[in-house]
Design a protein. Structure first.
Length: 302
């Protein structure tokens, strides 16, 4: 039977996930916790991680971990610096986090940066590497939708350029903290309303602010259902993003890497514009990327 070899870690602002990787490369176990790095003081990172993996690690067993995500931010366990594009998504040099437990080696993947226009990514580089591991000949654009959506041009195994959009965060802010919160409640969805809003925003992105208030007005005057209002809000924001990101996706091979729900919406939005995209699961790609990072490192702790 395979035994634990190392631990792959995805540690973001709001969650922590870990996978135990066996000596034969198989995933032996998976653990998750809502203990994201955003709520931890510096001295809390090590005990939080050890508590999560403790059921799977013996008291004298060596623990090697490789992590991606916001755990490497300035406010994280240890700051893992950015590398300027164009470059490969992963570097063989990882940042070692300070540890007090002699069993533990915890290393962090650094992010990527772009000088002009100024932009950064942290965590997505690992998903990109995972997608490339499965699609080594892919040349085109990878879209990574989420709180901060990324459009990334990759060629010859390198990240050439990228652009970030705060679309997911804008949706959450507008739906939860503006007058639109009275109109877009619930989780119901209207596919037709979404498609119409995408088309409207791509065609007339300059009217976005007016279209947003129109959701509230239509609810008051015409009884616009919450499902249609919520879908239209999403469609307007994604459509405005697609209008701005047109130089990235127009005439390119497109892959969408992310969670099933939001990736499906981006795929549907692009399909309405006559663009076909390949969808890949974000969780699977981050794990593939962590595995690639481990095999790519210059030194394996003993």
């Amino acid at each position: 039977m395979s035994r634990l070899d190392w631990i792959a870690v995805d540690w973001g602002t709001s969650s922590l996930r870990a996978w135990g990787i066996g000596t034969d490369g198989s995933v032996l176990w998976a653990e998750s916790s809502p203990t994201g790095m955003g709520g931890l003081a510096p001295e809390q990172f090590e005990p939080t991680f050890l508590a999560l993996v403790a059921p799977h690690v013996g008291p004298s067993e060596r623990i090697e971990a490789i992590a991606c995500g916001m755990v490497g931010a300035r406010q994280g366990w240890a700051e893992a610096g950015y590398r300027a594009v164009p470059c490969t998504p992963l570097s063989p040099d990882l940042t070692a986090a300070p540890t007090s437990d002699p069993r533990l080696s915890f290393r962090i993947i650094g992010g990527l940066s772009q000088a002009d226009p100024a932009d950064v990514m942290r965590g997505e580089e690992t998903q990109i590497a995972g997608f490339q591991a499965l699609n080594p000949k892919f040349d085109g654009v990878i879209c990574l939708p989420g709180t901060h959506s990324k459009w990334v041009h990759v060629s010859a195994g390198e990240v050439v350029s990228f652009q970030t959009f705060m679309t997911g965060e804008l949706f959450a802010a507008l739906a939860g903290h503006t007058v639109l919160r009275h109109s877009v409640g619930g989780e119901d969805w209207d596919d037709d309303a979404f498609a119409e809003a995408v088309d409207d925003a791509v065609s007339r992105p300059e009217k976005l602010a007016a279209r947003l208030f129109g959701l509230r007005a239509e609810g008051l005057l015409n009884g616009l259902p919450a499902a249609a209002a919520r879908a239209r809000l999403s469609g307007l924001l994604i459509g405005a993003e697609l209008a701005a990101a047109r130089p990235y996706w127009l005439g390119q091979n497109i892959a969408i890497v992310g969670a099933t729900g939001i990736s499906g919406r981006y795929g549907a939005a692009l399909s309405g514009l006559g663009v076909t995209a390949t969808l890949a699961d974000g969780d699977a790609m981050v794990l593939k990327g962590l595995i690639a990072a481990r095999s790519n490192t210059t030194e394996i702790p003993t």
